[in-house]
Unconditional design. Structure first.
Length: 323
């Protein structure tokens, strides 16, 4: 499955040049035309046999490098055309996308003291995927030749293929999305991109609404062990269902969510009679009822505003008698 989007701009990160400047990636790709991946993202070239330059822009298909909905193993159903020209063949190149994700998650180029340059990371990425690239003065591939040391590239490739074999990104890690141009660019082919994106998170609180007003007050405690269920569809079209219980403070969190559209459903906790009125105050302090509105999560979103209050009914009585 894929998501249609648009690359509205490709630019080289600034400052561009020596690795001492800490340039994080080969490209900055600006994504638009979709609700989930919007803005500027670090991006890398995937297939060195195909051309690309900063003038390229237009519609793309976005594919997750991992298979949904679990996103723990590389997606064997990715289009083989992404990897045309790889010495490995498409199937084996796809199988190495875990190593590519591991490489990007080391954040080597974010640390100017890491000893590795963005140019070396780009060469290593190509080689991992089966493209034997050796930059030279006659063919720089847009890299900074002074920053490419063969020993460094070999170290990156070897580490990625050993330590990175079987890697699955965690909730706070980068996960790679592959961008394939929808139409032949200027009548020809164009190089697909590896784009660094982020998982999202959604939470947060179930509480005893003692005055039943739908607003979280300072003296109102969380409810432990309440059942919270997340449902929805992620950006790549996979249905998602998860269930958690609130912790001792009434908190819950769904993490490692691929951007998408989600709803949260709360089950009335044992000992409580009803849910509080919906959306009586600001998003940070109100109750969203038994079923929340649909929440659109974008890349890297951390939404901690989906809450539910519950209260206990009062009673007043007692007896009427013939005196």
């Amino acid at each position: 499955m894929f998501l249609s989007a648009n690359i509205s701009a490709l630019s080289r990160p600034a400052p561009f040049g020596s690795s001492v400047s800490g340039v994080p990636s080969y490209w900055d790709a600006t994504l638009t035309g979709n609700p989930y991946f919007v803005g500027s993202f670090d991006a890398w070239c995937l297939n060195v046999t195909q051309p690309i330059n900063a003038s390229f822009k237009g519609p793309v298909n976005l594919y997750s490098s991992y298979s949904g909905p679990a996103y723990t193993v590389p997606d064997s159903a990715l289009p083989s055309t992404l990897f045309n020209g790889s010495s490995l063949g498409a199937a084996d190149a796809i199988g190495r996308l875990d190593s590519v994700n591991w490489l990007l998650n080391q954040r080597y180029t974010a640390d100017v003291g890491s000893g590795f340059s963005w140019s070396e990371v780009q060469v290593a990425l190509w080689r991992i995927l089966g493209y034997d690239v050796t930059p030279s003065s006659g063919s720089t591939f847009g890299l900074v030749l002074a920053d490419v040391q063969e020993a460094d590239v070999s170290t990156l490739v070897n580490n990625a293929l050993t330590t990175g074999d079987g890697f699955s990104p965690g909730a706070d890690d980068t996960f790679a999305v592959l961008a394939q141009w929808q139409n032949p660019y200027n009548g020809g082919i164009a190089q697909p991109l590896v784009i660094e994106t982020r998982f999202a998170k959604l939470g947060d609180f179930v509480w005893h609404d003692r005055d039943a007003d739908g607003i979280q007050d300072a003296n109102e405690e969380g409810i432990a062990g309440a059942t919270v269920t997340l449902t929805g569809t992620d950006a790549f079209g996979f249905a998602v269902t998860r269930t958690v219980a609130t912790d001792a403070e009434g908190k819950y969190l769904f993490s490692r969510l691929v951007p998408g559209n989600y709803q949260v459903t709360f089950t009335t906790p044992t000992g409580f009679d009803a849910v509080s009125p919906r959306q009586q105050g600001g998003a940070a302090v109100d109750s969203d009822g038994l079923v929340s509105d649909t929440v659109v999560l974008t890349s890297g979103a951390d939404n901690r505003t989906i809450d539910a209050g519950f209260y206990k009914s009062a009673s007043l009585g007692d007896r009427v008698w013939l005196d």
